[in-house]
Design a protein. Sequence first.
Length: 392
Amino acid sequence: MKQRITVLGSTGSIGVNTLDVVARHPDRFEVFALSAARQVDLMLAQCLRFEPEFAVMASAPHAQQLVDELAKTSLRTRVLTSSDALERIASHERVHAVMAAIVGAAGLPPCMAAARAGKRLLLANKEALVVGGEVFLDAVRQGNAQLLPIDSEHSAIFQSLPEDPSTWAARVEKIILTASGGPFRERDVNTLHLVTPDQACAHPNWVMGRKISVDSATMMNKALEVIEARYLFGMAPAQIEVVIHPQSIIHSLVQYRDTSVVAQLGTPDMRVPIAYGLAWPERIASGAQALDFKALATMTFDTPDARRFPGLQLAWDALEGPVGSTAVLNAANEVAVQAFLESRIRFDQIHQVNLRTLEGWAMPQVGGLEDLLDIDREARSRAGQVIGELQA
């Protein structure tokens, strides 16, 4: 029987790559539902190709535009606009797997819905764990869902760990996340305040959306990945390290108690971890090119520069703080990055917003999803105030 797939964020880079892999295996997968924010034309093209039962747009005007375009075709795809539309297509009884590729905290509620419904949850939305933490993991356990990481680094770790998770604590010394260092790895630190949004979005190895590209340039994406790794693999924060690897060939590593290191290598192509997650525990063709070891440049490694990437340390600081601290950090960063992309703050001020929002936060008691969403909203408000102070 074919796996029916819901793709949350189908017009983003992860969503597009997911559909590319799905299209290569029509005997294994079929698309049940798609969701997007504003790209109506691309969503229409995806509907025409994959004929999903449901499509969701983030706003009513964009949804109506899609309805009007679909009316000109013979497709029976239904466009949903209700406030719980994402949760509905993520938890629908006919869905087997959900690709969670919505950027930001907005992806947490549908991820929770998929987890509670016991789906195979392919997690490209790191914020679900950064914001949700143990609350999200409780939903995974209660729903008996399968949680598979799609970020290339976390997929690499998952592939390098023993198959039996109950052995990880006894056998694993630490996990090592690799980072490319982004476009400013060698730039003069004293000129970072001059960085423009277009420069920050020009990643040397990966083609990504603007928000995650800026996160890569500041290495806040790696800070969020440290938090994600702590929850995904149950490691203590001190057991997680980050190393700069500009070539992005080794995607991450696991060091064992005997000092042996197991690594996963591959071309920098997101279709590889996507295909692994879709077919796990099998392996299927991803469409990515195979590594040509004879053509590989020398692989290099370095320690992250704290002056260049001050935000990286905030991951460990937030993990050591009270429950909800990681949600505050994520919210502040989303607001700060958007302000930078809109040229309202400088590149180097992203860290100032994150740090000042996180410092001195009086954390309320966290009991569930609504508490986390309240923290998210309050942190965004506080980050906005900090931005206003920086602009004054």
